[in-house]
Design a protein around this ligand. Structure first.
Ligand code: MG
Length: 353
């Protein structure tokens, strides 16, 4: 099988006038880039293609800038290759973009292409990607990220109750309000709404100093929160190592770390308890599997950043996968929860069916 053509589709989206917000940023949405790889192979007479995409929560020009990077830099490294050599193509893309910095926009592009290459492989063999990697799980416990920082206490309670009714194992809320008192009120409101048996996680999106993160972390620890996510700047490895030392509540981070190299540094330094790779910033399934396996060797659990079939396929193959992150399930959700778990997709590549 050979990749014959790379097709880029840019989707622009009008910014949401009432954007969701965390302690770091507003997220009005800015569209996405989809990569479709066409091949010379067929499956039961139909041509085999694979897709991967990268969405932008903000930065209006982001999708166009990424499309240009894919077109001019990455496409020549992919067209003509065999998807079976996806790991070699991944390394070639990482090596080539090193000149201006792989960590950043380039990794978003590498991730979309890497996803599309694996998708081609799964579809060519008629199996889900987790089956190519070896399966561990048939379902993954799921929690709902519902508590945006711009939601008042009444809205927080309401949306947490909806997550409970949908059968999630837990909910996550944003913290990092101007005062610890406000954060505590948010946690206590949600705890009342979901009851004692569900998990409750808190996420400050890099907004605090290390000293303040230790102070607030002790409070969240006493309130029984399951993990304390991104309390401080994502690249502050010294600060994270100090947090892991100072607090009993597990420190979760990784959605803003890039490539396996960042994760290697954090794991070796004992600066993270639970890793949370992001599909775009990690660099696609090839990198997420490497990162997840490396974390398993350090005996650190893996929780996803965001949901979707790619994350579920990756987690299905990782012994240390503990939790899938998703939003509330809409009417168009491809799955429902059983015992608080999302099913692992059974369709070829990264498809559901
Ligand atoms: Mg987060």
């Amino acid at each position: 099988m050979q990749v014959t053509r790379l097709e880029i589709t840019v989707q622009h989206r009008a910014p949401n006038p009432d954007p969701i917000r965390d302690a770091l940023q507003s997220l009005p949405g800015a569209g996405s880039v989809q990569v479709t790889l066409h091949t010379d192979a067929t499956w039961h007479g139909a041509p085999i293609t694979g897709t991967g995409d990268a969405g932008f929560g903000r930065i209006r020009g982001g999708p166009d800038a990424l499309a240009a990077l894919i077109k001019h830099e990455l496409e020549p490294l992919v067209v003509g290759t065999d998807p079976a050599f996806v790991a070699a193509t991944h390394e070639a893309m990482v090596r080539d973009t090193e000149y201006h910095g792989t960590a950043g926009l380039a990794t978003f592009g590498i991730a979309a292409i890497d996803t599309a290459l694996w998708d081609c492989q799964g579809r060519a063999l008629g199996v889900p990607c987790w089956q190519l990697w070896g399966g561990v799980h048939t379902q993954i416990p799921a929690y709902a990220m519902v508590g945006w920082l711009n939601y008042n206490l009444a809205k927080l309670a309401d949306i947490a109750e909806q997550a409970t009714a949908q059968g999630f194992r837990g909910v996550k809320i944003k913290v990092g309000a101007p005062s610890l008192k406000e954060d505590i009120a948010r946690v206590e409101t949600v705890r009342r709404a979901i009851g004692e048996r569900m998990d409750l996680m808190v996420d400050a999106n890099q907004s605090l100093t290390t000293a303040e993160a230790i102070r607030r972390g002790r409070a969240f620890q006493d309130l029984g929160c399951l993990w304390w996510e991104e309390p401080i700047a994502a690249d502050d490895i010294d600060g994270y190592a100090a947090l892991v030392q100072a607090l009993d509540i597990p420190i979760a981070t990784g959605e803003n770390l890039y490539t396996r190299t960042d994760f290697a540094r954090f794991l070796r330094r004992d600066a993270v308890d639970i890793i949370q790779p992001d599909l775009r910033r990690a660099g696609g399934p090839t990198a997420m599997l490497q990162i997840g396996t490396m974390a398993a060797a350090f005996r650190r659990p893996y929780a996803s950043h965001g949901g979707g079939p790619v994350q579920l396929n990756v987690m299905a193959s990782l012994s240390n996968a503990i939790y899938l992150e998703t939003g509330l399930l809409g009417a168009d959700s491809p799955f429902t929860l059983t015992n608080g778990c999302a099913p692992v997709p059974r369709g070829p590549g990264f498809s559901w069916e």
